[in-house]
Design a protein around this ligand. Structure first.
Ligand SMILES: O=C(O)CCC(=O)C(=O)O
Ligand SMILES: [Fe+2]
Length: 220
């Protein structure tokens, strides 16, 4: 899509970097195909039910660890082992952190989990902090499909000041450093705005993370 105003790489807040069009068409297609495979059962796309009975409007699939209110666990709500976090996705995360903060930061980045969120036309995500990781390594966010409004707030309150920006298919957003614990959310998506060639109805967001949590050895 040709933008009326050029979309340029921008530090939205200290440590929060937006790189428009970071994934090319082929990389987006590859990531979408992977998301479709991860979404299949067992341990596929799930709806998260909150303790008060509320249901999150996004549906999610997790790799490495999954989030259940309010912690990370290695099994889904249905009791199935979470799918593994693939090495190639870790490599993509390192490339993203290198892009945002330079080669040394990229090399030091060792993600072990990812959350994939699917937004249909009505889904949104309220302002929250990503604070269930034990540590403060950056979060790498990749978007596919429909454009959304992404709201990056401050680290103190769920209220203003905040900055709204649009995340389009292929965009990279990295938040670390002073922005690592900033409140953020997705107040809306724009249905039908994804690239025609991608073939995704809705929006996918993949966040690559360092859980910082020790896990029992696997396959033993
Ligand atoms: O969909 C997005 O862009 C943000 C997702 C998010 O904040 C999360 O998964 O914690
Ligand atoms: Fe988040």
């Amino acid at each position: 899509m040709s933008a009326l105003f050029p979309r340029e790489r921008r530090e939205v807040a200290p440590g929060a970097l937006h790189v428009p069009g970071w994934l090319d068409d082929a990389e987006q297609a590859r990531l979408l195909a992977a998301c479709r495979a991860w979404a299949r059962p067992p341990a596929g796309l799930e709806t998260v039910v909150l303790p008060g009975g509320g249901v999150m409007s996004v549906r999610s699939v997790s790799l490495g660890l999954t989030w259940q209110p309010y912690h990370y666990v290695p099994v889904t709500a249905a009791g199935e082992p979470v799918k593994p976090f693939p090495d190639w996705l870790g490599a993509l995360g390192r490339r993203a952190v290198a892009e945002a903060y330079g080669p040394a930061a990229g090399e030091a980045y060792a993600p072990d989990m990812a959350l994939v969120n699917f937004y249909d036309d009505r889904a949104r995500m309220g302002l929250h902090q990503d604070r269930y990781e034990a540590g403060s390594e950056p979060v790498v966010s990749l978007s596919l499909g429909d454009t959304c409004v992404f709201r990056l707030g401050n680290t103190e309150t769920r209220t203003r000041p905040w900055t709204d920006l649009e995340l389009e298919s292929g965009d990279l957003f990295v938040f670390g450093g002073p922005s690592r614990f900033a409140y953020h959310g997705v107040p809306k998506t724009y249905p039908g705005t994804g690239p025609a060639g991608l073939g995704l109805k809705g929006r996918l967001n993949i966040t690559i993370r360092v859980s910082g949590l020790a896990r029992p050895p696997q396959n033993e």
